[in-house]
Ligand binder design. Structure first.
Ligand SMILES: N[C@@H](CCC(=O)N[C@@H](CS)C(=O)NCC(=O)O)C(=O)O
Length: 210
């Protein structure tokens, strides 16, 4: 197996943390997004969407989409279980994972991609036509990311982890989203004590450095 990744990019980080939690260390090739290496033919021949991460299996099958990659890894390396064991656990983890992804990660990405000077012409990720930044979309991202932070803190008041009483992929997505939010100057609000407690615990896990 070979992973195409970029150290600073948020979606590859989700997969690297997932792999680290499983105790897996696989061959990785760095692709540089800012310089546009992900839009060059050498990488488009791996993933025509030009998006990271991508995982190439030993039989040549290419998996992209972070959650699909994690689902494959969970299938072949079931322990520790990060996607839930019972149908109810799986549904709750999936629900929370998607909430972290759509309400958190995507809102923050809207802010980042529509404000970062380096991406002035590349406001949408991947192999797509150049598109100008939309200040209104960044503003929408600010509102939705702030709401996501509020809801995350509320949910962590009554439970240790994002999807309940055990660590899961939902924690990984939320952790990466919180780190990504720093890029757009949205740290965890000081008074969000439940998120602060949870984040401190996430940072202690060895996988946090993956
Ligand atoms: N839904 C995809 C999102 C992948 C994605 O947007 N990856 C970013 C890196 S975090 C990327 O490849 N960006 C390329 C670009 O900005 O051109 C997933 O979960 O894997």
């Amino acid at each position: 197996m070979k992973l195409y990744s970029m150290k600073q990019a948020v979606n590859p980080q989700r997969v690297r943390i997932f792999l680290a939690e499983k105790g897996l260390d696989i061959e990785t090739e760095e692709i540089d997004i800012p310089s546009g290496q992900n839009r060059e033919e050498s990488f488009l021949s791996v993933n025509p969407r030009g998006l990271l991460p991508a995982l190439v299996l030993d039989d040549g099958t290419v998996l992209h989409e972070s959650v699909a990659i994690c689902r494959y890894i969970e299938g072949v390396h079931p322990e520790p279980c990060l996607l839930g064991a019972t149908p109810k656990e799986q549904a709750i983890i999936d629900m929370r994972q998607r909430e972290m992804e759509f309400d958190g990660l995507q809102s923050i990405a809207w802010i980042f991609r529509n404000t970062a000077p380096h991406f002035a012409a590349r406001s949408h990720p991947g192999a797509v036509p150049d598109m100008a930044q939309l200040p209104d979309l960044a503003a929408r991202g600010q509102i939705l990311a702030a709401l996501w932070f509020e809801r995350l803190n509320e949910s962590l008041e009554s439970q240790e982890f994002v999807a309940g009483d055990s660590y899961s992929i939902a924690d990984i997505t939320a952790f990466c989203a919180v780190l990504f939010a720093r890029w757009v100057k949205m740290p965890i609000p000081d008074h969000h004590s439940h998120t602060q407690r949870w984040f401190a615990a996430m940072k202690e896990r060895p996988s946090a450095k993956a």
